[in-house]
Design a protein around this ligand. Structure first.
Ligand code: PLP
Length: 380
């Protein structure tokens, strides 16, 4: 008991004194394996947050650990002035699973969307973007400009590029908002940060049509929904729609920082148009290759696991696509999140009273059942 208080207190004090208070947190996670994590007190949790849809292969998957360790003994960094180990092989793999033509690597989701903004502008010669209400695309300048939530965007205005926001699902509004200077339309295939909100029937194919008619590029942000989260490599693949650009990050490398931009034939950066010192480095690419190898094995089982969650939580009208699950629980959301944590299950309160579950794709049936029990009890 004493030790626990001391350890917890020390980190909390240091954090309060030396770290910018941009986050609110209380749990100190120090170790993880599979779908479980341990805090500094030794308390174990079933992790239905997975680093926000990042640790899809579970925590410290042996194949990912092995890939990072092996590569770190050979070469940690060399820059994109040279061919980078694993980079071309990873690009080939991603092109294959997404059905796109070429890849470009970055370090995060926001950077992937920044790259998409640059690519859309430079290839269309147009300046403006359209995005949707409740959408989240990142917190850097450009990605924040296309992020709707006024509370996080407005303090930093004016932002570039110019962006018009249309209600998520409103195709008529979208038609009216797109003009001859619209370079691209940013859309999440499922709204993630807003709490797992599904696209209305026909919405995503409708965007494709509007893009075809207007010459604006369809940019699908799969940072959260991609890499097997929904039971397919991309959530857009449930809709039979071929985007012009896809952005990926979160689950791509099991927690090693990485993002990717994928684009269809004819859409690519020419020499000098984009670059990054760290992006697509040997460790990130090794981790991503290993991650994809693991997901290939478990992907067929993801829809069944999602259904198991959905059945177990049926009393609360869950929305689920694979292992991306949301429930509107209202004002008690943070209280429910806290009760679940006390009872050994990590869940996350997303926007607007929406509880979000994005567990590791390797989560077992027993762990799912335990999580369901704890969550149901917490909601009451
Ligand atoms: C998390 C997220 C981002 C931002 O990714 P970062 O790696 O935090 O920059 C962008 N788009 C979506 C849909 C996300 O969920």
């Amino acid at each position: 008991m004493k030790r626990r208080d001391k350890v917890g207190q020390t980190t909390r004090d240091l954090d309060a004194r030396c770290y910018m208070p941009a986050f609110s947190r209380s749990i100190e996670i120090v170790q993880g394996s599979g779908a479980r994590v341990r805090d500094a007190d030794g308390k174990e949790y079933i992790d239905c947050v997975a680093g926000i849809a990042v640790c899809s292969t579970g925590h410290c998957h042996p194949a990912v650990v092995q890939a990072i360790c092996a590569q770190s003994r050979r070469l940690i960094h060399c820059s994109n002035l040279y061919y980078v180990p694993h980079q071309a092989e990873l690009a080939e793999k991603l092109v294959g699973i997404t059905g796109m033509a070429k890849a470009f690597f970055v370090n995060s989701g926001a950077e992937a969307n920044e790259a998409a903004i640059k690519l859309a502008r430079v290839r269309t010669g147009r300046k403006k973007f359209v995005a949707f209400t409740h959408a989240f695309h990142g917190r850097t300048g450009g990605s924040l400009a296309v992020t709707h939530k006024p509370g996080i965007r407005e303090p930093f205005e004016p932002l570039e590029p110019k962006c018009t926001f249309v209600e998520y699902g409103d195709l008529e509004g979208l038609k009216a908002a797109v003009d001859a200077d619209t370079a691209g339309i940013f859309v999440e295939a499922i709204l993630g940060e807003s709490g797992v909100i599904m696209p209305p029937e026909g919405f995503l194919p409708g965007i494709r049509e509007i893009c075809d008619d207007s010459g604006a590029l369809m940019i699908v942000d799969e940072v959260q929904t991609g890499m097997g989260r929904t039971g397919r490599w991309l959530a857009i693949q449930h809709h039979g729609v071929q985007p012009d650009i896809v952005t990926l990050a979160k689950g791509i490398a099991s927690g090693f920082p990485m993002g990717a931009l994928l684009a269809r034939e004819g859409l690519e950066f020419s020499k000098g148009e984009h670059g990054s010192t760290f992006a697509g480095g040997p460790l990130a690419c090794a981790a991503a290759r290993a991650t994809i190898g693991v997901i290939e094995e478990i992907l067929p089982d993801v829809p069944r696991k999602g259904e198991r969650f959905k059945r177990g939580l049926a009393a609360h009208n869950p929305r689920a696509c694979g292992l991306m699950i949301g429930m509107t629980v209202g004002e008690r959301c943070s209280e429910i999140q806290q009760t679940c944590a006390e009872n050994g299950v990590l869940v996350n309160c997303a926007a607007d009273g929406n509880l979000r579950l994005v567990p590791p794709l390797i989560i077992s049936d027993d762990e799912i059942d335990t999580a369901i029990e704890v969550i149901n009890a917490a909601i009451g």
